[in-house]
Design a protein around this ligand. Structure first.
Ligand code: GLU
Length: 451
């Protein structure tokens, strides 16, 4: 069996970290799944809500997934499949499995309140099943269009969830789900099930807020004569303080994290392990993350997400990143495409875009800082500078010479040189910076000019 998963966002807003987790699990599971590497990850736009779905949000989803490195093998759009949903709907109608209802939202609300007042569960009473043809005609004559419900069997639905273990949903405790609104538009249930079947989805991996839906969906799948896919419902994510993440969605959109300059792998590493007992590691590449993924490691307790953890991981990832993996990005920021440069500065980065500060240390302009007490020392340093070209050995040759000449050592020896050459008290190792700054600029800075 070729594993096929789907990530099914509605393009009605920006993806947030919780969506990224669903996408990542679907991707990792498909790629890891059968060890053959042939599993497929589908992106399906659940865009049946044509009023709220936009091209701009679809494009943003594409961009976010590309940034995360979750490249879909297949793509589908529900808005192109309305004819198919209509066909399935008609066949369910023929089988008497969907039925027309005319209650207004107010009426339904009153029914629910009455049931609750009597201590009963607020389950739809199926009054519409009692309507005669004449009643329906009367509604039609009054211009009332029906909404449509799927008739549940009232039996227990059982499945073996890959994360939650054995799940049982007694469908007699559920209202028959509305699958189509009075204006003809679709709710999520029917298109989702039809697509999962038509598109040979083998594993449905989604948040635990869908567990109850799965009960009704399994009945619908069976009514359509389809094979029930395996389900995995993962626990939801909370903020670090236990608050509901969705309230802070704005600050956690993927677009925003990207614009703040975070590496996608930092986020991937974190969200792949949140909710498991396994440690979060600064893995550099997707292949390693795939190899280490095991969906059964996910627990049922909510996962807590702290953006500070992304920032911390980001620094760890950058400090280990190979030159090859950043070469093009260096060029884009006008940084030297030199391994020596990258290796000398990466340990000082918390975010990649800080590379521009590092470029300035080398190319200038730098305003040299020379304390009054150090003026003579800097003059001596200029005289003792090794001849061009400066190399990886120049720094130690130069500072040993100055140590002998002036008797300075440690901080008193190194700090004035760093400040004169970079204008700053901290930064990458001078040994590496010196050849990159180059003889002419070093000379100029030692002479006090903004080079
Ligand atoms: N469009 C649905 C959602 O975003 C998909 C849920 C599912 O994976 O079935 O909630």
């Amino acid at each position: 069996m070729t594993i096929r998963t789907r990530f099914a966002p509605s393009p009605t807003g920006l993806l947030h970290v919780g969506n990224a987790r669903a996408a990542l699990f679907c991707y990792l599971f498909a790629k890891r799944g059968d060890d053959s590497g042939s599993g497929e990850f589908m992106l399906r736009y659940d865009d049946t809500d044509e009023a709220r779905s936009t091209e701009a949000f679809s494009a943003a989803i594409d961009e976010d997934l590309a940034w995360l490195g979750l490249h879909p093998d297949l793509t589908a759009r529900q808005s192109e499949r309305f004819d198919r949903y209509e066909e399935v709907f008609e066949s369910l109608k023929q089988q008497g499995l969907v039925y027309a209802c005319y209650e207004t939202p107010d009426e339904l609300d009153r029914k629910r309140k009455r049931q609750l007042a009597r201590g009963l569960p607020p389950v739809y009473d199926r009054a519409a099943l009692e309507l005669s043809e004449q009643d329906k005609q009367a509604h039609a004559d009054n211009g009332n269009s029906p909404h449509w419900r799927f008739k549940l069997s009232g039996q227990e639905v059982v499945w073996e969830d890959l994360i939650r273990g054995t799940q049982k949903i007694d469908t007699s405790s559920l209202s028959d789900p509305v699958i189509r609104r009075a204006d003809g538009t679709w709710l999520y249930t029917l298109p989702s099930v039809v697509d999962d079947l038509d598109m040979d989805i083998t594993h449905v991996i989604r948040g635990e807020d869908h567990v109850t839906n799965s009960g009704a969906q399994i009945e619908l799948i069976e009514a359509l004569g389809g094979d029930v896919p395996r389900f995995a419902h993962f626990s939801l994510m909370l903020g670090a303080d236990g608050s509901n993440l969705s309230k802070r969605i704005g600050s956690l959109s993927l677009q925003e994290l990207r614009e703040q300059g975070f590496e996608a792998m930092s986020l991937n590493n974190l969200i792949a392990r949140l909710g498991t007992a396994d440690p979060v590691e600064p893995v550099q590449d997707m292949a390693t993350l795939i190899a280490g993924f095991d969906i059964s490691r996910l627990g049922r307790a909510p996962a807590r997400f702290d953006p500070e953890d992304v920032a911390r991981l980001n620094a760890r990832i950058l400090h280990d990143m190979s030159f090859a993996s950043v070469q093009q990005r260096l060029a884009a920021l006008g940084a030297p495409e030199e391994e020596a440069f990258w290796l000398s500065v990466r340990g000082n980065l918390e975010r990649f875009d800080e590379i521009t500060d590092m470029v300035r240390l080398i190319n200038g302009p730098v305003t040299p800082v020379v304390e009054d007490d150090d003026a003579a020392f800097i003059a001596a340093a200029r005289d003792a500078l090794p001849a061009a070209p400066l190399t990886a050995d120049s720094w130690s040759a130069w500072t040993s010479e100055l140590k002998q000449q002036t008797g300075r050592k440690g901080r008193g020896l190194f700090m004035p040189l760093r400040q004169a050459l970079t204008g700053q008290a901290h930064g990458p190792e001078m040994q590496h910076l010196l050849p990159l700054i180059g003889y002419d600029r070093v000379m100029a800075r030692l002479s006090g000019s903004d080079a």
